[in-house]
Write a protein that binds this ligand. Structure first.
Ligand SMILES: [Zn+2]
Length: 121
């Protein structure tokens, strides 16, 4: 659940498949800065080929292993930390910030096409 003071929009593509857009108003209206990241991962063909189960998010020696940990859950985590930095600190960023978390990047570009079509903004 997102805090009530965050301006966001969930774009539902189908049941259980959505993209999320979060807007943080800045001190200035220009330049506007957008951060984009995708939520999906490519399918796993053979789980037996993996040292760790691909969807376990196994942690060993401070490193997380699993499908999507690099592409691109790390980037998504960085985006979330930026949002929390400003929201929890009750600060405005220096410029308008848009955070776009999309579905379908790895297969059909579903999420980014919906945002590009300006349904989200
Ligand atoms: Zn990717």
């Amino acid at each position: 659940m997102l805090p009530r003071n965050i301006d966001y929009k969930i774009i539902e593509h189908s049941p259980n498949r959505s993209s999320l857009v979060i807007f943080l108003p800045g001190e200035r209206k220009t330049p506007k800065v957008a951060f984009l990241g995708h939520l999906d991962t490519v399918p796993v063909e053979d789980e037996k080929e993996w040292r760790y189960p691909p969807f376990s998010a196994a942690v060993e020696n401070g490193h997380m292993y699993g499908r999507g940990t690099v592409d691109m859950k790390g980037g998504l985590a960085a985006m979330i930390l930026i949002i929390l930095y400003f929201v929890e600190g009750k600060m405005k960023p220096p410029a308008d910030l848009l955070f776009v978390f999309t579905a379908g990047e790895e297969a059909d570009g579903l999420g980014i096409r919906a945002v590009k079509g300006r349904r989200a903004i």
